[in-house]
Design a protein around this ligand. Structure first.
Ligand code: GBH
Length: 478
């Protein structure tokens, strides 16, 4: 096939398309209290309440990347990835979370990691905050406290200052919706039970925090550093259960509730949460007899601050589900007031993983990308996470299910580019390593590289899917 034809056939990746892989600090670093690192909310919760973790494990050592990061970089280099998305542990750099006490050894670790990547020709993409809030800031109320936005801004400024000469890709916050649900129910740290209220308030402050960090970059660093800053937002694709008008509307509403929650205020033109959230949550608040809606309102200054505060769309996607309209609604673990039923189990799907929420539905990926294009005026997108996991006894070095997932999802992404005209500029496989899966502990594995938790050095062995990426990157063709 000539190059021209294979682009048109949707097999050859567009020129300049970048392929990376990702991890996050709490999930891989270990060294939880080493060299001056402060405690994070995830350290605290799994130490205090190990019964919340599927296998009772903690991330005190994890992949021990704090000590073995050079092995990670070596593997990334061998596989040929263009970029590596990793996160910085806020409390490793700032043990109390506040910017006036800097832990030099923590800074040195990230300096070394960044230098090692650049020496090997791998672009660093840094996530500033992947869920591991310093415990001291949680003691001040965490994301329910409006002051958190300023603490985050100060932390972001420090990171731009320390690393911005070398780091050109920034994600402020990883999946803020998942951070917010930590204040609505017990499914994520810090497990504050303010169901149907706390999550909206936390989300509000997360949006302001992100935007303040973005404006600091604009005002103080962009001219000299010329990098690009975004927030990483995720959604499942929501298929309607039937093609009744009610179910179609419910599915659209679900997209607004999950992705639009953060994307509308940033990428939309109306300067508010999505219309469906405004309507449903305001109405529910009224019905509950509240004086004010639990969905906060932005001041005109906040609208200005938040609107347009991203240089590209950082998008994360794993799976799809099925939605039917229901005025009673079923219990939703992370956001309420949607008035629908969501089901993972009867979603159209060739394959399912043992992880309850993970269906393999490649066309849902294309549909999600198209939804972003249509709703937000076709922004440039980098897929900052996408990947397949299973319980570890069903995963292994011959991970054909994972290859099937990536192959079919990437094919759908190519259709989004070639047939739908979406501007997708890059893709990062989640995850480089079999790492610590939050409340799943070590039961589930998402790595393209196997990690042996019985060996002190956490021996890393590339799986077959790592070779899939190695050859994809070398040929730039699916
Ligand atoms: C990613 O989020 C995380 O960014 C990453 O740290 C993690 O390793 C990876 O997932 C794999 O788990 O159980 O019904 O409440 C992915 C998006 C959104 C997927 C919330 C799981 C929970 C659904 N996640 N979802 S439910």
């Amino acid at each position: 096939m000539s190059e021209e034809t294979s682009i048109r056939a949707g097999r050859r990746l567009p020129d300049g398309f970048i392929i990376g892989t990702g991890t996050s600090a709490h999930q891989i670093e270990g060294a939880w209290n080493v060299d001056g690192k402060g405690e994070s909310i995830w350290d605290r919760i799994v130490h205090d309440r190990p019964e919340k973790v599927a296998d009772g494990t903690n991330a005190d050592v994890a992949c021990d990347s704090y000590h073995f990061y050079k092995q990670d970089v070596k593997i990334i280099k061998e596989l040929g990835f263009d970029f590596y998305r990793f996160s910085i542990s806020w409390s490793r750099v700032l043990p109390t979370g506040e910017a006036h006490i800097v832990n030099d050894l923590g800074v040195e670790y990230y300096n070394n990691l960044i230098d090692e990547l650049l020496e090997n020709n791998i672009q660093p993409m840094v996530t500033m905050y992947h869920w591991d809030l310093p415990q001291r800031l949680q003691d001040l109320g965490g994301w329910l406290n409006p002051m958190m936005a300023d603490y985050f801004r100060d932390y972001a400024r420090l990171l731009f200052d320390l690393f911005g000469k070398r780091v050109k890709w920034w994600n402020t916050i990883n999946e803020p919706a998942m951070v917010a649900v930590g204040y609505g129910n017990a499914s994520m740290a810090p497990c504050i039970n303010l169901f149907g209220y706390g999550e909206y308030l936390a989300a509000h402050h997360l949006l302001i925090a992100h935007a303040k960090a973005y404006r600091v970059y604009d005002q103080e660093f962009r001219a000299t550093q010329q990098g690009r800053v975004t927030i990483a937002l995720d959604t499942m694709y929501h298929f309607p259960k039937t093609d009744s008008k009610e179910d179609l509307e419910a599915a659209e509403r679900a997209m607004q509730f999950q992705l639009g929650w953060f994307a509308d205020p940033i990428y939309g033109s109306h300067g508010d949460y999505p219309p469906a959230m405004r309507e449903y949550i305001d109405r529910a608040s009224k019905k509950e007899g509240r004086v004010k809606s639990v969905l906060p309102t932005f001041t005109p200054e906040e609208v200005k601050l938040i609107k347009g505060s991203c240089d590209f769309f950082g998008f994360q996607h794993y799976t799809s589900c099925q939605v039917s309209d229901d005025p009673e609604g079923n219990f939703q673990p992370w956001y309420t007031h949607k008035y629908m039923n969501i089901s993972y189990s009867d979603c159209k799907s060739g394959k399912r993983s043992h992880i309850a929420w993970l269906n393999v539905v490649p066309e849902g990926f294309r549909n999600s990308l198209k939804w972003i294009k249509d709703r937000y005026g076709n922004p440039e997108v980098i897929v900052t996470e996408c990947g397949y996991g299973d319980w570890k006894e069903y995963d292994g070095l011959e991970d054909d299910d994972r290859i099937h997932y990536y192959q079919t999802y990437l094919e759908e992404m190519m259709k989004a580019i070639v047939e739908d005209g979406c501007q997708i500029r890059g893709f990062a496989a989640w995850s480089l390593l079999d790492n610590y899966e939050w409340f799943e502990g070590l039961r589930s594995t998402f790595g393209i590289v196997h990690v042996d938790y019985s060996s002190p050095e956490r021996k890393r062995t590339p799986k077959k899917s790592a070779k899939f990426f190695q050859s994809l990157i070398a040929r730039r063709t699916l």
